[in-house]
Design a protein around this ligand. Structure first.
Ligand code: NAP
Length: 325
């Protein structure tokens, strides 16, 4: 049996992606087969397709995604859908369950298999399939950086650079949830959105470079890649942390050195999803403190147009691909 998928065989512009047919997966004994309803095109998909990597990560990008050609031909890190079939050993899911998953690739297709103990949980009824598909790339990254890497505590001051993107919009909401005072940096056209997510203050990056200001913060989160340690350390409090969601290899390599030398800390790393983190995020969703921001919805047939839209670098939250449209 075959299924439709968005396939890319070479790195490059949006046009390297085309709709084709691939073999429909069959679940192993411990796997569920998911009929995908929606997925997203994330900044991670943009990097994996274009090989545009943060400074210093060019070779590492090829090692991760495939040296000469992409290793995984189907992009899409997150999904929402319905369990269509289950392997003989599966006990936690049944056919017909609405689920959300974060397998990190292969979601721009009609079907995907996942191990039942992988990064997959039931979809909350409070979210549509399109909303639910946009939860994890931004939400898990924000949770990892703020809580697990940044050790955020109530009452701290937090600045989010890139506050309207998928990761930034999640950071604003989660930082508020953890009791912080939040400043969001975005273009002026997105200030209403960033305020509506809970930001106490907003800065227009076209008007003001926050790294040159007098105000200091307990945490600065850079979701853009233009606020490295050399610029941002001046706006950290004495025990402040700079969390580089998008940082250079140079800053990543010097993180432990500068963190030992200063009271201030530089934290850089890679967020990874697992079921416990998905469930932790879901508790926050169900408390009403976090909603994924959805920018636009495209059909699978219009995936090249959707990639081109993401490539502009100014999406608000997530760009969703509705596979069922
Ligand atoms: N380390 C990890 O594990 C990890 C995980 C996930 C993502 N990432 C990285 O995190 C970055 C952000 O991802 P994302 O999904 O949030 O991207 P995104 O949704 O494309 O967000 C980009 C945002 O950046 C803003 N922006 C553009 N230029 C800006 C500037 N000069 N100053 C401030 N904001 C600016 C845009 O806002 P305006 O439209 O208002 O300009 C837009 O909202 C990407 O580089 C991605 O690769 C890293």
């Amino acid at each position: 049996m075959m299924m439709k998928a968005a396939i890319y065989n070479d790195y490059g512009p949006p046009e390297v992606v085309h709709i084709g047919e691939v073999v429909k997966p069959v679940p192993a004994p411990n796997e569920v087969l998911i009929k995908i309803v929606a997925s997203t095109i994330s900044a991670g998909d943009w990097r994996a397709r274009s090989l545009e990597m943060p400074t210093g990560f060019g070779l590492i990008g090829r090692l991760i995604f495939g040296v000469f050609r992409p290793r995984n031909k189907v992009l899409g890190s997150e999904l929402s859908g319905i369990v269509e079939a289950i392997g003989s050993d599966v006990t936690q899911f049944s056919i017909g369950d609405a689920v959300i998953g974060y397998p990190e690739n292969g979601c721009h297709a009609q079907f995907r298999t996942m191990p039942e103990d992988g990064a997959i949980i039931r979809k909350p009824e409070s979210l549509t399939f399109e909303q639910a598909a946009g939860l994890f790339f931004g939400g898990i990254t924000a949770l990892d950086f703020l809580l697990n890497f940044g050790k955020i505590t109530s009452g701290e001051t937090v600045l989010i650079n890139g506050a309207s993107g998928a990761v930034g919009s999640a950071c604003v909401q989660l930082a508020k949830h953890f009791g912080a005072e939040v400043t969001g940096v975005s273009s002026a056209k997105n200030h209403d959105l960033v305020r509506s997510l809970g930001a106490d203050f907003v800065i227009d990056y076209a008007d003001e470079d926050f790294t040159l200001g007098n105000k200091t913060y307990d945490i600065v989160v850079d979701c853009v890649g233009n606020a490295p340690w050399a610029k941002s350390k001046h706006v950290l409090n004495e025990t402040g942390r700079l969390l580089l969601v998008a940082g250079s290899l140079g800053d990543m390599l010097k993180a432990s050195f500068v963190s030992k030398k200063h009271g201030k800390k530089l934290v850089s790393g890679v967020s990874m999803g697992n079921r416990d983190k998905l469930l932790a995020l879901m508790e926050i969703v169900e408390s009403g403190a976090f909603r994924p921001v959805i920018d636009r919805v495209f059909s699978l047939e219009n995936i090249v147009e959707a990639h081109a839209y993401v490539d502009r670098g100014h999406k608000c939250g997530s760009v969703v691909i509705n596979i069922a449209l």
